[in-house]
Write a protein of this length. Structure first.
Length: 270
């Protein structure tokens, strides 16, 4: 049975590797490493001011480097949304790279109150509209699918699966008995990866002393133990973590939601 490795951090980061096919360590020359670092720096510096304004909170350089994302890779990004990370990835991966967007299923979206007919029509067109839009940001090949409908030809092709703040709503609706949305997304993450690939998760963590209710997904928070357990059930195991994205100002009460913090400010402006 193929098993993989999981990374978890204060913002929840995950990596995968098939144990029966251990990956040999490859020494990277200082010259090659400096070229890749210079390329990532250039991509980051070339972004619009509204994108760069988020660097102090999202630490994209440290996050992408932690997961080992490099030019020429195939990377699956969960829930690209407006494309904040996508615009960085299609430039950094380059013409030899492939960005695969993965989105909530069309069965999940109607559970949100904002999912009116116009919104759902946009979602039905998303597997075509996202690649078309993302290609305007860089040279990487771009494709897309909804969780639960991964094309067979993508299986075993990805070097990295990247889930930035994706898991809480999947867990929220699964915990509410609406469907196995979290399990399906994690199964897709496992299936799309090559042996030795990396699964990286960024998620707002709830403290261990908090109730399971605040960590159930609706508040935007999840406990590390919950994420680890779900990932292990999908075939992953923890190998490393990082607190690159930890926010000391984020000290929620049982009633708080994560969106009270900048840039949303949906409540108390801590």
């Amino acid at each position: 049975m193929r098993t993989t490795l999981l990374l978890v951090s204060a913002a929840l980061l995950i990596a995968c590797q098939a144990k029966e096919q251990p990956v040999a360590e490859v020494e990277t020359s200082p010259t090659a490493e400096s070229v890749e670092t210079s390329l990532l720096d250039s991509v980051l510096m070339s972004q619009p001011d509204e994108v760069k304004a988020r660097y102090q909170h999202r630490h994209p350089k440290e996050t992408l480097e932690f997961f080992g994302i490099e030019p020429g890779m195939t990377v699956m990004e969960g829930l690209p949304g407006g494309g904040w990370y996508s615009r960085l990835l299609v430039q950094y991966l380059g013409a030899d790279g492939h960005l695969v967007g993965s989105n909530y299923s069309l069965e999940l979206y109607p559970l949100f109150p904002f999912a009116d007919d116009a919104f759902m029509e946009r979602q039905r067109q998303w597997t075509e509209s996202f690649p078309a839009g993302a290609k305007e940001w860089g040279d990487a090949r771009v494709s897309a699918f909804h969780f639960g409908s991964m094309p067979e030809e993508l299986a075993g092709t990805a070097d990295v699966v990247f889930f930035p703040r994706v898991l809480h709503n999947l867990a929220r609706f699964q915990n509410a008995g609406e469907g196995d949305y979290l399990d399906v997304a994690l199964a897709d993450a496992f299936a799309v990866l090559k042996p030795g690939g990396v699964f990286g998760v960024v998620q707002h963590p709830a403290r261990d002393d908090m109730s399971d209710e605040i960590a159930s997904g609706g508040h935007g928070y999840q406990k590390n133990d919950f994420v680890i357990t779900a990932a292990e059930a999908a075939g992953f195991e923890v190998v490393a973590d990082s607190d690159n994205n930890a926010n000391p100002a984020d000290q929620p009460t049982e009633e708080d939601v994560v969106w009270r913090l900048p840039p949303t400010y949906g409540g108390a402006q801590d």
